[in-house]
Structures are given as C-alpha cells and as structure tokens.
Design a protein around this ligand. Structure first.
Ligand SMILES: [Zn+2]
Length: 268
C-alpha cells in the first residue's frame, strides 16, 4: 500500500555540512558565507558577487519536479485572466520588436523558454515571427498547443531541445533561471541558439532590490528549493558577459526583479 503522504512528497533535498565544497553558480567563486537556513535548507552568499544560492543545489531531475510543482499541478483554471496576460504579452512584445535588428532569417524566429500558456509566443506570432515555446510543464504545453495552434510548442528542457533547435533572432526567458541548478550552462546554451546580433531578454527576481523586504522570508521571490539561485544585477550581467553577450542593458523595475536585454555579437 502506498502511503499518500510519501506518494506526493516533494523530492528531498538534504542539507549537507557547510564544509562540503560550495561553488557559486554565477561566478564560480568558492568563497561563500552562510546567508540563512530556511526550513532545514542552507543558503549561501558568494563573497565575490553576492549571489545567494541553495547548497547543495537540486539535480536537474529535481529541478524538473520542483518546477512543475511550482505551478501547483496546473489546470485550466490556472490560466485565468487570459486576456489580461495576452494584453501584457503584446505590450512587452511591441517594446522588444522595436529593439530587434534586421533579421538574417526569414521569417524571423522567436523562442520563449518557459513559455507557460504560450501568451508571449502568440504575441510574437502576431508580430510576424515564426514563434516557438519551450516548457517542462506538460499542462502548460497542452494548453498552449490547444489555444495557439499556429505556433510550435515543445515539452523539453533547453539543454535537451538545443541539439535539434534552429537559430533564433530573439530569445525570451522570464522567471526561469532562478530555478536552475546550472544557470551558467543554460546561458551558454541560449548564446549558441541565438543568430548573430540576436536579442536576448531575461528576467529573474532581484535579491538586492531596494523594495525587497528586509526579512527575506517575507519576500515572495524567496521560495527555496524551487528558486535555488538569487541573482543581483551585477552578478547576472557578469554571467552574461562571460558567456559572450554584449550590450547588456538593465530595464527599470519597480518590483524586486531584474529585467535585462543583451545581444549576441553580430560577428564572432
Ligand atoms: Zn559568485
């Protein structure tokens, strides 16, 4: 007989001794101080770049389980306020389309990594892109395929999708990187998938933001183990530059979040 408690239990992430090697996922620094212990989970702060990270970080398999769980077993009811989400996506897409360079690809291609119900993908299609959406949550992909069938939706991680993927003029990734065990490898993968001069738009919570509650546990962006890496604008910018991105520009954000745009160089 299956115990219902254990059958639905989240994957266990066991805190280990601080003496174990800890490497900053943003800069690779090995000097890390204790940031906090929250519900038995240890979070460290990198001395070099101040990125806060769960230690140990979850495995990719655990990330997939946690990411899906973050949607609370999403159902159709999760996709309420669809018109509002589409309107917001269209506004954001209009702003991004103004930044797009002349495409080398016809029609230009757009990819949303962590596409949720496909709202940004549909907004990109309406702007003339051949639009693709990627997500690891099957409920999201089912919803997107059903409601926005003119686009291509793929149920996969970026790393699994990359070998078969075409090159894109624009890649959009909102509120995903904080879930990942290997954000550096992920950013390298995005860089590879962009066409020369391609635009990358990235958002993630900002642990250093002036409006972040002083008590971090009262911040809605703080939710380990689902969020396992907490960047600040400086550490995220440095990570993008190390991957080869240029023209990193931070967009203003009233909420405690980081919004950045950057480009792959036109010739490398
Ligand atoms: Zn660091």
């Amino acid at each position: 007989m299956i115990n219902s408690d254990t059958a639905h239990a989240k994957p266990a992430i066991t805190p280990i001794a601080l003496a174990a090697p800890a490497v900053c996922p943003a800069c690779g620094g090995r000097g890390n101080d204790l940031f906090t212990v929250h519900h038995g989970m240890t979070l460290l702060a990198c001395r070099a770049c101040s990125t806060v990270h769960l230690h140990p970080r979850p495995t990719p398999t655990e990330v997939t389980a946690l990411y899906s769980d973050a949607y609370g077993n999403a159902s159709e009811s999760y996709f309420a306020k669809v018109e509002k989400k589409l309107r917001r996506s269209r506004r954001r897409m209009a702003a991004l389309a103004r930044l797009k360079s002349t495409s080398h690809i016809s029609p230009p291609r757009f990819l949303d990594i962590g596409c949720n119900g496909g709202f940004m993908v549909e907004a990109a299609r309406e702007r003339g892109f051949e639009a693709y959406g990627l997500d690891i949550d099957p409920v999201s992909i089912d919803y997107a395929r059903k409601h926005y069938p003119a686009n291509r939706f793929v149920l996969a991680t970026l790393e699994d999708y990359a070998p078969d993927a075409p090159r894109f003029d624009m890649i959009y990734c909102s509120e995903v990187i904080e879930h990942l065990a290997d954000p550096s490898g992920f950013i390298d993968c995005v860089f590879e998938l962009l066409a020369p001069d391609g635009l990358f738009f990235l958002t993630t919570p900002d642990i250093s933001h002036w409006r972040r509650p002083r008590d971090v546990t009262r911040w809605d962006g703080f939710c380990p183990p689902s969020h396992c890496v907490y960047f600040n604008p400086r550490s995220l910018t440095a990570l993008l530059r190390r991957a080869g991105f240029v023209g990193v520009e931070r967009r203003w954000s009233f909420k405690p979040g980081i919004k950045l745009t950057c480009r792959k160089p036109a010739s490398i």
